[in-house]
Design a protein around this ligand. Structure first.
Ligand code: FAD
Ligand code: NAP
Length: 339
């Protein structure tokens, strides 16, 4: 396993926060992961898994080792009348996998184009965008148990996916290293154009009967236009989750704020866009220390000038308090805080 001693996390996370860690080990096989778990058990030392670092905020120097996912490989492992099952290594870039799928004419993940990070992290928060979540295509994942070093397969039910949620983020946090994921992709894809931005871009592109490649291109165009590029402006995407509330809560809010957008969920509850709640309070562009709310996207906190994790947390806490005071809704963080 490749070992990098005392690196700064600055170039390993998209927030670009400059904190040191003890070491980074790069696992390129399942055997590397198993070996690491056994070594860490025999000489106990704190460690965590690192993917592409696009959903992490480190808040202080961390005297820990990071196991970075470098397991590659994309392979068709089964076929049916209108589907293929594709096994993907945890270290494969998510967008690279989506691009591979679209290039081969396999549908299901095209709305998830350009999401940063690795395939191994995708089940963690059940990544989603433009009306599609990875669970739509998820079949199973292979994991290594961090307590025993044993390998096993987990099916979809066991992963307990929810809205930006899974067992890996909650009950089983830190219990497994995901080493690979198998997705079932469609050879006769169904297009999802439920989001206005995608529909409008397809119209602008002159696509009257879009295929998955058209949707992929539209999503890439919209995302490049709307979202800050972490290579230029450090960020970890949406800092907060959209709150999902009971209908009574949504109705009461609508009484006070008739223009609040409400999206009814399959379970009857109502999703409120956190960006709207924050934006309406005038947070866009506001700065605390080296951190700021992005000028065009109120959900994204950005590193404008050598921000520390504490700067970002102070800004996030001020937003949470203001939103709670104004609307009576407590925003939950989506980004993983490493403290
Ligand atoms: P990391 O940030 O490295 O890790 C995240 C967490 O998962 C950590 O706790 C880590 O320990 C754990 N982890 C990582 N890999 C594994 C593994 N193999 N096994 C076990 N645990 C693991 N998210 C969305 O859902 N939708 C979006 O549209 C979206 N857009 C984004 C846009 C931008 C510009 C950015 C910066 C982020 C965006 N995100 C989005 C968030 C982020 O890209 C996803 O959460 C992504 O899945 C994180 O992957 P990663 O490899 O970078 O994980
Ligand atoms: P958008 O399309 O402007 O939509 C604003 C908000 O309204 C989003 O929160 C979205 O919820 C919701 N929404 C819009 N149309 C909807 C519909 N037809 N049905 C249900 N909900 C709807 O959002 P955006 O900021 O430009 O982001 C585009 C997509 O990329 C979104 O899906 C967003 O989640 C995803 N994204 C995620 C991250 C991240 O880090 N998690 C970062 C950037 C973008 P949802 O968020 O639930 O979709």
């Amino acid at each position: 396993m490749q070992r990098i001693d005392a690196p700064s996390l600055k170039s390993y996370t998209t927030f670009g926060i400059d904190v040191p860690v003890r070491a980074i080990l790069v696992a390129t096989s399942v055997a590397d992961v198993v070996q690491h778990v056994h070594t860490a058990r025999s000489a106990p030392q704190p460690w965590r898994v690192l993917g592409g670092g696009s959903n992490i905020l480190p808040t202080r120097p961390l005297d820990i080792t990071l196991l970075r996912m470098g397991i590659g490989g994309v392979a068709i492992v089964d076929r049916g009348p209108d589907w293929v099952d594709v096994a993907v290594g945890a270290g494969v870039g998510w967008h690279d996998f989506v691009t591979w799928a679209v290039e081969h004419g396999y549908g299901g993940v095209e709305n998830l184009a350009l999401i940063p990070g690795t395939v191994g992290a995708a089940p963690m928060q059940n990544i989603g965008a433009y009306g599609v979540e990875q669970e739509r295509c998820f079949r199973s994942c292979t994991v290594v148990d961090t307590a025993t070093g044993e390998e096993r397969t987990m099916d979809k039910a066991e992963c307990r996916f929810g809205y930006r949620e899974s067992i890996f983020k909650r009950e089983a946090s830190g219990c497994y290293v995901i080493t690979g994921v198998t997705y079932r992709l469609r050879t006769e894809p169904v297009i999802d154009m439920s989001y206005a931005d995608v529909r409008q871009q397809l119209v602008a592109d002159g696509c009257t009967e879009p295929d998955i490649a058209d949707v992929y291109r539209a999503v890439v165009t919209v995302r490049r236009r709307k979202l800050p590029d972490p290579a230029i402006l450090g960020n970890a995407g949406s800092f907060f989750k959209n709150p999902v509330v009971d209908t009574a809560v949504a109705a009461a809010l609508r009484e006070r704020f008739p223009d609040v957008p409400c999206f009814e969920q399959a379970d009857g509850r109502v999703k409120l866009p956190a960006a709207w709640l924050i934006d309406r309070r005038g947070w866009k562009g506001r700065r605390m220390g080296g951190a700021a709310v992005h000028a065009n996207q109120a959900l994204v906190l950005v590193n404008v000038d050598h921000a520390t994790g504490a700067d970002v947390m102070a800004l996030a806490d001020a937003i949470v308090a203001d939103v709670a005071d104004t609307y009576g809704i407590v925003l939950e963080r989506e980004v993983n805080i490493w403290d």
